[in-house]
Design a protein around this ligand. Sequence first.
Ligand code: GTP
Ligand code: MG
Length: 348
Amino acid sequence: MPKNEEEVQEDQDDQDDQEDVETEFSEEDKKKNNEPKLTDLPGIGPGIAAKLDAAGIYDLMGLAVMGPSNLAELAGVGNAVARKAIQAARNMMNLGFTDGVEFDKKRKDIRYITTGSDSFNDLLGGKGVESRAITEAYGAFGSGKTQLGLTLAVNAQLPVEAGGANGKSVYIDTEGTFRPDRIRQISEAVGANPEKVLKNILVARAFNSDHQILLIDKVNELIKDGEPIKLVVIDSLTAHFRAEFAGRGQLADRQQRLNRYLHNLMKLAEQHNLAVYVTNQVMSNPAMMFGDPTTAIGGNIVGHASTYRIYLRRGKAGSRVAKLIDSPNLPDNEAQFFVTEAGVRDDG
Ligand code: GTP
Ligand code: MG
């Protein structure tokens, strides 16, 4: 395929950069430059990288969190090429920065927070929502996303033997759906003192996406001040972003900000060994011809080996179904659970 002018020019630029790399860059620049770029991925040339950049995907994180069909469409490549590039980006992000001993140490101090349902926990590998990871639940309204968040905010406080992380919870509420009374009910059901549990949930109402982003710094400060925060709930992750960047031309902007925000959330989870649980709405996608026509807002955010993505829907006889999507290390199974007065449970 003949290259267009842009691509030729960019190839030229790349060569120029390579010649100068030894002498011209400061140490700081070198570090920056050594970070893998989109064009280091198989099948991603400068032309495609430019297209992706224009769509708000400017680094490996941005690409690693995409779904293959989404990338294929944006980049104008086949599905197989897209899948390969995503896999490579995920591999590059997960390797190279931690040696084996350090990695092993980190794995060992991972904490788990029970969902309240054994079958739901099994879906997530056995013990519930993990620290050093983002767990995303997406689904239609009323599918149980908020109820799971409230249940986790209580359970995080339980002792480790009881399925908790022995810490406080942060609840970033973007929709005004945090309900102290529900927290009380769920607390009573696990035999905890409702007022004490409420006191250990630090709630903030995020009024817009800027505020929502700012609150992450606030969480960092709280932890620095000694607050033993072990769970951060963001309900909803995407609502503000979706409302504020509604225009067609704003999609790239939104995606870029969302990606950066997720990046910061992942850093928070890693640095403080805490669990992050986020909720996400779905949009119906009538243009999609194959597969499930409901898609999560913001696309696939899975960008890390230990990040979990769950699709929630209503099941038979008042039950709910949780389906694990695209997990790098667990099968894409389903679990049945119920939302009860006691929160998330195995039985209704
Ligand atoms: P949106 O935020 O609107 O997108 O939905 P969501 O997925 O967050 O839904 P949510 O978690 O708020 O689920 C609401 C549903 O949970 C209700 O329709 C009820 O079926 C159920 N639910 C909430 N509170 C209770 C309760 O106290 N008892 C019982 N049995 N069910 C409850
Ligand atoms: Mg909700």
